[in-house]
Design a protein around this ligand. Structure first.
Ligand SMILES: NC(=O)c1ccc[n+]([C@@H]2O[C@H](COP(=O)([O-])OP(=O)(O)OC[C@H]3O[C@@H](n4cnc5c(N)ncnc54)[C@H](O)[C@@H]3O)[C@@H](O)[C@H]2O)c1
Length: 379
């Protein structure tokens, strides 16, 4: 039996979502019938998928410029967006100089984010940049500082923030219906093999991938940072942690209020174990985000939407619609913004610091406190 009627649920969720949308930003009068002009920096695998979503779901966007260091990637972008007759670049500074752009999407590899995002923000453009923020504390801090004083806004690609099911579940939690949260469990389990993923590019799989789940759990905690974490990791093959990614890791964070969050990130499993896990337990019940299901201590159930399951790209089209909408409305605080982005990205770096001794290039567990990160952007 439902806790409250479907109509009431839809009303509550819609009110929650629009409340978030209206909290900041005043429409700056972007003409309703004009398209927003977008430029792209980095046109590899992820950008190819984002462009497809944009073309299918964002009729208000025109893709007028494509930049990549590799000419064949530029060609691929020009072909995908040929509808809008874009111009191609291999130097993003030239693109920024020559084009009249309302926003820029940065879809470079994790280690190349700050080098591009900081100049984009300093030049005053609205920026959608993929997660994680970057792979070191210093580079995350550089983006955070640039974003906080930028004329445009910074939106990070943690798409679960834009998914209606997550938004409805978070409103339910923040309205107190889960009770006091005591424990959260997360996991991303893969049959894939990350042993070729170079750490200098990605920072390790935990950093490259887990920002999505760190983000959801920091959101449950109303966007406060964890106090500390412990972690252990290993590689199945004899690879060094500064060169290739870990294949298995188990990390536990402690948030204020003695809330624990346990996260496993596993690769090279039999395919039937491919899975995302996102659970939050409170004294009144528990939420399974992937099942979109609340179960009370009295065993009563309430659904937030259709089960999400393994659809890891969930929320991506909505996040792009949100980006275009933010430009049109002059909203400077996207759902996934600089403050949410820095917490989830720094959590991943914290986990990595807790399981790798970078100086010895060895897997070695440690307790890492938030203050050990040495971030200069805590408010
Ligand atoms: N949100 C998600 O669910 C999701 C999913 C997959 C990947 N990603 C993220 O997307 C980003 C890109 O990943 P990818 O797999 O597409 O990488 P990729 O290596 O396929 O593409 C990156 C592209 O950026 C280009 N590039 C690098 N520096 C540049 C510069 N200064 N100017 C212009 N172009 C430059 C490279 O030449 C390359 O073509 C990463 O941050 C990744 O973590 C996010």
């Amino acid at each position: 039996m439902s806790l409250f009627s479907r109509r009431e649920f839809i009303r509550k969720s819609a009110a929650g979502a629009s409340a978030v949308a209206l909290t900041s930003g005043v429409a700056r009068g972007f003409p309703a019938n004009e398209k927003v002009h977008l430029g792209w920096i980095g046109y590899g695998g992820r950008a190819t998928g984002l462009m497809q979503h944009m073309l299918e779901r964002c009729p208000d966007a025109a893709h007028v410029a494509i930049c990549d260091l590799k000419p064949d990637r530029v060609e691929a972008g020009l072909k995908a967006a040929e509808r809008d007759k874009p111009r191609g670049y291999t130097d993003f500074r030239k693109m920024m100089e020559k084009e009249k752009l309302d926003g820029i999407l940065v879809v470079t590899a994790p280690c190349d984010h700050a080098d591009v995002v900081v100049p984009v923000l300093e030049a005053g453009f609205n920026c959608f940049a993929e997660k994680p923020m970057d792979i070191t504390v210093e580079k995350c801090d550089a983006i955070t500082k640039a974003a906080r004083k930028a004329k445009g806004f910074y939106q990070i690609g943690t798409q679960r923030r834009s998914h209606p099911t997550y938004q409805a579940a978070m409103k339910f939690i923040h309205d107190g219906l889960l009770g006091k949260v005591s424990f959260m469990q997360g996991g991303w389990h893969w049959s894939g093999d990350p042993s070729a993923a170079p750490v200098p590019r990605d920072g390790g799989r935990l950093i490259e991938q887990a920002s999505h789940h760190m983000d959801v759990m920091a959101w449950v905690m109303k966007d406060v940072a964890p106090l500390s974490c412990v972690s252990m990791a290993r590689a199945d093959e004899d690879t060094k942690p500064n060169e290739f990614s870990e294949t298995k890791s188990a990390t536990v964070f402690q948030f204020p209020g003695n809330v624990l969050f346990s996260y496993t990130h596993l690769f090279r499993l039999p395919g039937k174990f491919d899975k995302e896990i996102l659970l939050a337990f409170g004294d009144k019940g528990a939420i399974d985000f992937n099942e979109a299901l609340y179960t009370g201590r009295d065993e009563k159930e309430h659904r937030f939407g259709p089960p999400i399951g393994k659809a890891w790209d969930q929320g991506t089209p909505e996040s792009l619609i949100h980006f275009v909408d933010n430009i049109k409305k002059g909203n400077k605080t996207p759902w996934a913004n600089v403050e949410t982005g820095r917490i989830c990205s720094l959590m991943c770096i914290m986990g990595r610091m807790a399981h790798v001794n970078a100086v010895k290039n060895a897997y070695e567990p440690a307790v890492v406190k938030w203050k050990d990160l040495g971030t200069t952007t805590d408010l």
